[in-house]
Design a protein around this ligand. Structure first.
Ligand SMILES: C[S@@+](CC[C@H](N)C(=O)[O-])C[C@H]1O[C@@H](n2cnc3c(N)ncnc32)[C@H](O)[C@@H]1O
Length: 200
């Protein structure tokens, strides 16, 4: 029996956290920048309680909400979206289909091997498929504070390094825009990027 994670124990209150309330600005900004088609089948990596999945599901055919936390996905299921399927597994355990787009918000920094993660994304995309990934720009570790307890493996990301890994994985047209500035109780601001690109 493994210990419950920070996400398992926090799932019921997740959407009311100050951080989640600020992150609610991300889905409309992502949707304004990234085109989706009504026929698209989308993977949300680290979907949690569905911050992105529930917004995107209104514009596409289907969203697979992948997360290793059962309690986070239970909260998402209770939101009652007919075209969202939850998938409780690790991202590296193999994926059941190829997707037209892969999205993610604030999950990449929880995965130790970013190179393998971007390769898994590239492998899971249809030709022409797109990525739209949101996470922290490089910071000093003060965003989460208790990084070990929260399973944080990266203090944000440098765009150049991420772009190089994405291109090595076979993705093209990589671009970054600042999508949100988060305010924390330590009085500091932390910018978040939206990374876009596609598989040729
Ligand atoms: C900070 S939460 C973000 C949740 C949601 N995207 C949001 O923005 O509110 C990160 C999520 O990624 C999930 N996660 C972390 N590593 C994972 C992995 N290797 N495979 C699947 N899910 C993972 C966690 O369980 C957690 O629910």
């Amino acid at each position: 029996m493994t210990e419950p994670t920070h996400f398992d124990t926090g799932a019921r209150e997740w959407d009311q956290r100050p951080t989640s309330l600020q992150l609610a600005a991300v889905p409309p900004r992502l949707l304004a920048q990234v085109p989706f088609a009504a026929t698209d089948r989308v993977l949300d990596f680290g979907a949690g309680t569905g911050l992105l999945a529930t917004a995107i599901a209104r514009h596409v055919a289907h969203v697979t909400a992948l997360d290793s936390s059962g309690p986070m996905l239970q909260v998402l299921r209770e939101k009652g979206f007919a075209n969202i399927t939850t998938l409780q597994q690790d991202i590296f355990d193999g994926l059941p289909e190829r997707y037209d787009a892969i999205v993610s918000c604030m999950a990449m920094h929880h995965v130790p091997d970013t190179r393998a993660l971007l390769q898994a994304f590239a492998d899971a995309l249809q030709p022409g498929g797109r990525i739209a990934l949101v996470d922290l720009y490089a910071e000093d570790g003060s965003f989460h504070g208790d990084n070990a307890a929260k399973g944080v493996h990266h203090f944000g990301f440098a765009p150049d390094a991420l772009q190089a890994l994405a291109e090595q994985a076979g993705l093209q047209g990589i671009a970054f825009t600042e999508v949100l500035r988060m305010h924390r109780s330590n009085g500091r601001e932390y910018p978040l990027f939206l990374m876009t690109g596609h598989k040729p």
